[in-house]
Write a protein that binds this ligand. Structure first.
Ligand SMILES: NC(=O)c1ccc[n+]([C@@H]2O[C@H](COP(=O)([O-])OP(=O)(O)OC[C@H]3O[C@@H](n4cnc5c(N)ncnc54)[C@H](OP(=O)(O)O)[C@@H]3O)[C@@H](O)[C@H]2O)c1
Ligand SMILES: *[C@@H]1O[C@H](CO)[C@@H](O)[C@H](O)[C@H]1NC(C)=O
Ligand SMILES: *[C@@H]1O[C@H](CO)[C@@H](O)[C@H](O)[C@H]1NC(C)=O
Length: 355
C-alpha cells in the first residue's frame, strides 16, 4: 500500500544526488513515520469503552501533590506542568486533576504546549477533573465546572467526577445536600457539552446503588483508592456487573517507606517476593504493582513529578503476570486504606467504615 513511497524517496534523493544509504533511510522513515505517529497519538495504554459510548485510556497521570509532614504540599512553580508534558511525550493520554489540587492551571499549560508543538491533538487526550465538596448544590455544579475549564484553558473536559459523596461548606461544617441532587447538576453539565462523561469518586456500593436507582444516567466511572493493601474485590465485581469502569487512585499505597504510616501493612518496595517477580521481567517493583492493578481491569493513575518515574511507570504494556504471581499479589490485600478522611466521619454521607 505504501509501494510508491520508496520510489518517491528515490526521486527526491536522486535529484539531490544523495548517497544510497541516505536514500534508504529516507525511504524507511517515510514508510514507518505514519504508523509511528498513529501509535503515538493513541498513546501507550489501550483505551477501554465507557458505558456512555465514550472511551478512556486505561492508564493515567495523577497530579495531586499530597501531604508532607508539614501538611498539604502546595504547588509552587511549574513542577506539575513539566510532569504532564513529560507524560504526554512518554505516551500518557489520560491526566487526572481536581479543583482542590490547585494544579488545573499547570495541567492546562502543559496540554496547550503539547498541542501547540504538534505532539497531540485535543481529542487524543482524556482530561479528568473533580467537583469539590463545597459545590454540591445542584445549581453550583455548572459554575464550578466552568471555573475548572477556565483554569485548564479547555472548552470541555472528558470526565467530571463528584470528588466525595460528602458535602462541606467553606466554613467546614457539613452540607447535607444529597449527592443524588448533585448528580442532577452533573447530568445537566454533561448535556451542555462541558464534559463528555460524568462519574463519581469515593462512593461506596450502597451509595452507587442509590444513585443508579434515583436517576437514569449511570456514572461512567468510579474513582477509588486501589492498591496492593486495598484491592476491593466486591466493589470491583459490583462495578463490573453495572458496566462502570474503575480508576485506581493512590495505586502505590504504602509501597514506599517514606509514604507509609507506621501501622501500614506490607509490602514495601524491597519485599523479596516482589523483587523476585520484578527481576524475572526486568521491571521495577512499582511497575509490577501497576501492571497487577491494570490486569484487574482498573485504570491506575500514579502521580510523579520526577521525569524518570513518570517515564518508568507507564512501561507496563510489554509483559504480563502469571496466574501464580497474581495470586501472590492478591494475598497482600488487607482492606487497609491510606486515605480514610476520618475528619468527615460525622457527615451523613461518609463513605467508609467508621471504626
Ligand atoms: N479521588 C480522590 O479522592 C483521590 C485521592 C487521592 C489521589 N487521587 C489521584 O490519584 C493520584 C495518585 O495517587 P497519589 O498521588 O495519592 O499516590 P501514588 O500515585 O500512589 O504515589 C505517589 C508517590 O509515589 C512516588 N512515586 C511515583 N512513582 C514512583 C516510582 N516509580 N518509584 C518510586 N516512587 C514513585 C511519587 O514521588 P515523586 O512525585 O516525588 O516522583 C509520590 O511520592 C493523585 O495524584 C490524584 O490524581 C485521587
Ligand atoms: C457554615 O456555612 C453555612 C452555609 O453558608 C451556614 O448555613 C452555616 O450556618 C455555617 N455554619 C457555621 C457553624 O458557621
Ligand atoms: C532491562 O530494562 C532496562 C530499563 O528498561 C533496559 O535498559 C535494559 O536493556 C533491559 N535489559 C534487558 C536484558 O532486557
Amino acid at each position: 500500500m505504501f509501494g510508491w513511497l520508496p520510489n518517491y524517496a528515490q526521486a527526491v534523493c536522486a535529484r539531490q544526488s544523495a548517497p544510497a544509504h541516505v536514500m534508504n533511510l529516507l525511504a524507511v522513515f517515510l514508510l514507518f513515520a505514519p504508523m509511528a505517529l498513529a501509535l503515538h497519538s493513541g498513546g501507550l495504554a489501550p483505551w477501554r469503552p465507557l458505558n456512555d459510548n465514550n472511551k478512556v485510556p486505561s492508564f493515567g497521570l495523577g497530579t495531586w501533590l499530597g501531604f508532607s509532614d508539614k501538611g498539604r504540599v502546595e504547588p509552587q512553580g511549574h513542577e506539575v506542568e513539566d510532569a504532564v508534558a513529560w507524560a504526554i511525550d512518554a505516551g500518557y493520554r489520560h491526566i487526572d486533576t481536581a479543583h482542590i489540587y490547585d494544579t488545573e492551571d499547570q495541567v492546562g499549560r502543559a496540554i496547550k504546549k503539547k498541542i501547540d508543538d504538534g505532539t497531540v491533538k485535543r481529542e487524543d487526550l482524556f482530561v479528568t477533573t473533580k467537583l469539590w465538596n463545597d459545590a454540591h448544590a445542584r445549581e453550583a455544579v455548572e459554575p464550578a465546572l466552568r471555573r475548572s475549564l477556565q483554569k485548564l484553558g479547555l472548552k470541555y473536559i472528558d470526565l467530571y467526577l463528584i470528588h466525595w459523596p460528602v458535602g462541606t461548606y467553606a466554613n467546614n461544617s457539613f452540607d447535607s445536600t444529597d449527592y443524588v441532587d448533585t448528580w442532577q447538576g452533573m447530568i445537566a453539565a454533561k448535556e451542555k457539552g462541558l464534559t463528555r462523561s460524568i462519574g463519581v469518586s469515593n462512593f461506596n456500593q450502597q451509595q452507587l446503588e442509590r444513585l443508579i436507582k434515583a436517576s437514569n444516567v449511570k456514572p461512567a466511572m468510579l474513582q477509588v483508592e486501589l492498591n496492593l493493601n486495598l484491592q476491593q474485590p466486591s466493589l470491583l465485581a459490583y462495578c463490573r456487573s453495572q458496566d462502570i469502569l474503575v480508576t485506581a487512585y493512590t495505586p502505590f499505597g504504602s509501597l514506599f517507606p517514606s509514604k507509609a504510616k507506621p501501622d501500614a501493612p506490607p509490602p514495601r518496595v524491597d519485599d523479596p517476593e516482589l523483587v523476585s517477580i520484578a527481576g524475572k521481567y526486568n521491571k521495577t517493583v512499582p511497575q509490577i504493582a501497576l501492571r497487577y492493578l491494570w490486569e484487574l481491569g482498573v485504570t491506575p493513575i500514579p502521580k510523579s513529578i520526577t521525569r524518570s518515574r513518570v517515564e518508568q511507570n507507564i512501561q507496563i504494556f510489554d509483559f504480563g503476570l502469571s496466574a501464580e504471581e497474581r495470586k501472590k499479589l492478591a494475598a497482600f490485600d488487607r482492606g487497609y486504606r491510606t486515605i480514610d478522611v476520618k475528619w468527615w466521619r460525622e457527615s451523613p454521607h461518609y463513605p467508609f467504615e467508621k471504626n
